[in-house]
Ligand binder design. Structure first.
Ligand SMILES: Nc1ncnc2c1ncn2[C@@H]1O[C@H](COP(=O)(O)OP(=O)(O)O)[C@@H](O)[C@H]1O
Ligand SMILES: Nc1ccn([C@@H]2O[C@H](COP(=O)(O)OP(=O)(O)O)[C@@H](O)[C@H]2O)c(=O)n1
Length: 223
């Protein structure tokens, strides 16, 4: 059976990567979390203290940066200049700055190029904000996944607790809403549902139910 490309987009903490990982594993496909790449370059920008508002400085930084994603047992490992930054890119410090870096045209050009190379000629489940609209416009299955902002904040709060990140729920909700706004309003490849994407509201779905919905849609396209 010829493998397909599956694009999953949506706002922060909707469940994209959790579900994408399950779907990829079930189908034997590669899982690619594109948000991790934007987080990695943001971590470097913060470490090198570049001006986060400058497209040119971000572009220059990228020229001397190597970002590599490798499949692992529980998803994906992220390497920044050969160093494993899988955990470091999840800090609140990075989370708060990432939408500003991700808005730069020079950053997006390079990331999209890398993402398309990673997806070429194989079965992939890729999650992000612009996968269905820009990165894999001919993906056989596009899903736009969302949930209420209250539910998304609650999920991230629970997830953070397991990582010893203790940001209050209200602060998380405000951060998520701000990031969604910045991601949706940026000029280059804003967060948007592709016209041919299927909308999936996971507010009242369990993880298994959400993954089941996408697997069903994938199977229809594989027949
Ligand atoms: N349908 C769901 N019901 C309950 N919790 C979920 C659901 N989907 C995801 N989660 C949990 O919500 C958190 C955020 O999910 P994640 O996959 O990281 O979202 P995203 O990739 O969209 O940012 C994770 O802790 C995950 O386990
Ligand atoms: N394809 C993508 C993926 C992420 N991003 C940016 O990267 C940020 C982090 O993405 P993420 O998927 O790791 O975020 P979470 O929803 O997991 O918190 C987003 O808020 C966007 O600013 C993007 O612009 N385009």
């Amino acid at each position: 059976m010829k493998p397909i490309q599956i694009a999953i987009d949506g706002p922060a903490a909707a469940g994209k990567s959790t579900i994408a990982k399950i779907v990829a594993e079930k189908l034997g496909y590669v899982y690619i979390d594109t948000g991790a790449m934007y987080r990695a370059i943001t971590l470097k920008a913060l470490t090198e203290k570049i001006n986060l508002a400058s497209n040119e400085e971000a572009g220059k930084l990228l020229q001397k940066t190597e970002i590599d994603l490798q499949p692992s047992e529980d998803g994906q490992l992220v390497f920044l200049d050969k160093k494993d930054v899988t955990e470091a890119i999840r800090s609140q410090h990075v989370t708060k700055a990432v939408s500003q870096m991700a808005a730069h045209e020079l950053v997006r050009l390079r990331m999209v190029e890398l993402q398309q190379q990673l997806a070429e000629g194989r079965g992939v489940v890729m999650d992000g904000r612009d996968i269905g609209t820009h990165v894999l416009p001919s993906a056989a299955l596009k899903v736009f996944m969302s949930a209420s902002v209250e539910e998304r904040a609650r999920r991230r709060f629970e997830e953070n607790k397991n990582r010893d990140i203790l940001t209050p729920l209200e602060e998380l909700q405000a951060e998520i809403a701000m990031r969604d706004k910045m991601d949706s309003e940026r000029k280059v490849a804003p967060l948007r549902k592709a016209e041919d994407a299927i909308f999936l509201d996971t507010t009242n779905l369990t993880i298994d139910q959400a993954a089941g919905e996408i697997l069903k849609l994938a199977e229809e396209r594989l027949m």
